[in-house]
Design a binder for this molecule. Structure first.
Ligand SMILES: O=C(O)[C@@H](CO)OP(=O)(O)O
Length: 283
């Protein structure tokens, strides 16, 4: 009997329909998404590795981020997130909006927020009143000055948390500066996320303000004295175009030292960035 099924072949197809993964002219789209507002963003408390949920506003921001992604026509093959629920829930809400709940989702502690050490749980304005605004700015945004570490008997030590049972205890922080966060995140970027992007998978990374600052610093090669001025807003997709060497391609609409472009209203994004920057300033 004659085989009536069409043969799935690209032979004879125009070039535009062929997969051209890996060529020098290959470009890739990567989307970064900071979680929506958490309960501790709302309460203005240093959060770090404390696993707080999204606030009501954060839930709405996460759904809105999903809607923005739908409107932009972007879609994804795989997602990466941390082991903290504010990023995970944000990813879920976005994937629900995109009708992509089925795609593989990889969780790694290496995508966690920067560990805020002994500041975790403290109010940012009260901490500035006690230690001075300059000191708090250094703890929040300097590249290489970590906040004071957790004490030996702190219940917040990651070693006490079952989710880190498989992590080498030597890798578990008691406090981190951005440089430390970059040093534990970038190996995962290189070993897992870059190969996925280069294989042609469209990647969504849902993470945190400072783990994403570590990533954009790396992508855009932002200087150590410039990165303190970079703040990433909650719940706004940031779209990067990358070349075959994972270098960002300049795009219209990018802001400051970032080559990525935020989706949504530019003025609203700028207001959110400003609010993040000013969290430790008395109103
Ligand atoms: O508290 C935190 O973990 C982070 C993000 O919310 O705060 P900051 O923006 O001050 O680094």
């Amino acid at each position: 009997m004659a085989d009536t099924h069409p043969k799935p072949t690209l032979e004879g197809e125009p070039d535009s329909k062929r997969a051209k993964i890996g060529g020098e002219d290959q470009t890739y789209t990567l989307v970064l998404l900071r979680h929506g507002e958490s309960e501790w963003n709302l309460a203005n408390r240093f959060t770090g590795w404390v696993d707080v949920p999204l606030s009501e506003t954060g839930e709405a921001e996460a759904r809105a981020a999903g809607a923005m992604l739908v409107d932009s026509g972007l879609t994804f093959d795989v997602a990466y997130t941390s082991v903290l629920r504010r990023a995970i829930t944000t990813l879920w809400r976005s994937l629900e909006a995109l009708d992509l709940c089925w795609i593989p989702v990889h969780h790694s502690w290496r995508l966690n927020e920067r560990h805020y050490g002994a500041l975790q749980g403290l109010n940012k304005i009260e901490t500035a009143e006690k230690h001075g605004a300059d000191q708090v700015h250094i703890w929040r945004r300097s590249y290489d000055v970590p906040p004071p570490p957790l004490a030996d008997d702190s219940p917040m030590l990651p070693a006490n948390d079952r989710r880190y049972a498989d992590v080498d205890p030597a890798d578990l922080p008691r406090s981190e500066c951005l440089k430390d966060t970059a040093e534990r995140f970038l190996p995962y970027w290189e070993s897992d996320i870059v190969p996925a992007i280069k294989s042609g998978k469209r990647v969504l990374v849902a993470a945190h303000g400072n783990s994403l600052r570590a990533l954009v610093k790396h992508l855009d090669d932002i200087a150590e004295d410039v990165i303190p001025g970079v703040n990433i807003p909650t719940g706004v997709p940031l779209v990067y175009k990358l070349d075959a060497n994972m270098r960002p391609i300049a795009q219209e609409g990018s802001v400051g030292p970032l080559s990525g472009v935020y989706l949504g209203d530019a003025a609203a994004v700028a207001a959110k960035v400003e609010a993040t920057k000013n969290q430790s300033k008395a109103k």
